[in-house]
Design a protein around this ligand. Sequence first.
Ligand SMILES: Nc1nc2c(c(=O)[nH]1)N=C([C@H](O)[C@H](O)COP(=O)(O)OP(=O)(O)OP(=O)(O)O)CN2
Ligand SMILES: [Zn+2]
Length: 121
Amino acid sequence: MKYALSQRFFFEAAHTLRRQVDAEPSRRIHGHTYLAEVTLSATPDPESGMVVDLGHLRREIETVRERLDHRFLDEVDGIGPATLENLCTYLWRAFEAIYGTTLAAIEVRREASGDACRLTR
Ligand SMILES: Nc1nc2c(c(=O)[nH]1)N=C([C@H](O)[C@H](O)COP(=O)(O)OP(=O)(O)OP(=O)(O)O)CN2
Ligand SMILES: [Zn+2]
């Protein structure tokens, strides 16, 4: 049996975006509140009873969050155009480097607009 363990975090960030729809407002610097979720999946260690200690995950999230929160995402190395898709990729790389194949999913949402992207294996 596999267990899916997840933790959520918010970050506030600004970006610009080149697109065909609503091109002008999207090209201007504007901000969003993002809600991200990291999901780890494995069989719990029999001794600890944990897939991963949530305290460990919380610390790692804080380090990654620091790179995104209150930032201009256009200037953050490794994102590219700051879409939900690319934010998922950025977070996937960051957490896969820590948790390897235990990483099962990354989700990034903008609750205000109902937009979401989920990346899985
Ligand atoms: N496939 C994607 N499409 C779009 C993304 C994305 O991440 N992936 N992102 C955006 C925007 O960042 C844009 O700011 C949102 O614009 P829009 O959907 O038109 O909605 P609003 O401008 O009304 O957004 P508010 O957050 O309510 O201001 C667009 N497309
Ligand atoms: Zn936007």
